[in-house]
Design a protein around this ligand. Structure first.
Ligand code: HPA
Length: 252
């Protein structure tokens, strides 16, 4: 089964298994060694809607790695080693655009990278011109279109374009930082899109994201951001994310 999968799902917060009830008989788990980490990357190969698919929990088991400690290079390298050609990433986000509801699905088409100090490239050795990937459109248009078509069929009212700010975390932002991100043109904010999206491009893997908005960003709602409230919205939103993934897989 593992050799057949060409599509991977990278699950984010709250999304640690492809199907909530994992059928161990139908799932092959591989611990993949990579040149980028002493800790192997756990990939699970399953079938969903009769499509072979690889699942990777971005934060590891039990959310072991916070966003700034995720070994993005090891994760992407492991997927590349297994011949993955398409990645659908799931990213939880805070809303900057006040038109968004909670939960809200968005299929982002742009991003701005505000992270720092993360190992963000495979091209760390001798430079060559081909090491400068084009990143004008950070998400793969064909994959985004497929997600949008299925979201529309399922009446999930996913936002069809959005610019996502990727911040360093793990703390949430200040209200002033969110005002600045809004001025920069960002509609939502998360912590995990980068360097993941760029590393996928370096490896020539197509990449699109299902963004799940789980809170209004700092300063845009009354008072503090409550993690309990986020968890409730997250649980509700993930049902739609799973529906969308099941619908899109057979179309890729
Ligand atoms: N900020 C950054 N990342 C997030 C947020 C937020 O408000 N909500 C979910 N991920």
């Amino acid at each position: 089964m593992s050799e057949k999968a060409e599509i991977a799902i990278i699950g984010g917060s709250g999304f640690y298994r492809l199907a909530p009830s994992l059928d161990l008989n139908r799932c092959v788990v591989e611990d993949v060694e990579t040149p980028y980490s002493n800790i192997p990357v756990k990939l699970s190969f399953e079938e969903l809607e009769d499509v072979p698919v690889c699942f990777l929990a971005r934060h590891g088991e039990q959310h072991r790695f916070p966003p700034h400690k995720v070994n993005y290079r090891a994760n992407l390298w492991a997927l590349h080693e297994f011949g993955i050609k398409h990645i659908i990433a799931v990213n939880t986000l805070g809303a900057i655009n006040t038109d968004f509801s909670l939960p809200q699905l968005i299929i982002p088409d742009q991003l701005i990278d505000y992270t720092w100090g993360r190992d963000h490239t495979f091209f760390d050795g001798l430079n060559s011109l081909s090491d400068h990937i084009d990143f004008t459109e950070p998400f793969t248009a064909e994959l985004r279109e497929k997600l949008l078509t299925q979201a529309e069929k399922l009446k999930l009212s996913a936002a069809t374009s959005a610019c996502v700010a990727c911040t360093q975390g793990p703390r949430l932002e200040t209200a002033a930082e969110i005002r600045k991100l809004a001025k920069d043109g960002c509609d939502a904010v998360g912590m995990t899109l980068m360097p993941e999206a760029a590393l996928a491009r370096e490896l020539k893997i197509s990449y699109a994201s299902i963004g799940l908005v789980v809170n209004m960003a700092a300063g845009l709602a009354e008072g503090e951001i409550s993690i309990e409230a986020i968890q409730e919205v997250l649980a509700a939103g993930l049902t739609d994310v799973r529906k969308l993934i099941s619908a899109v897989l057979p179309t890729i």
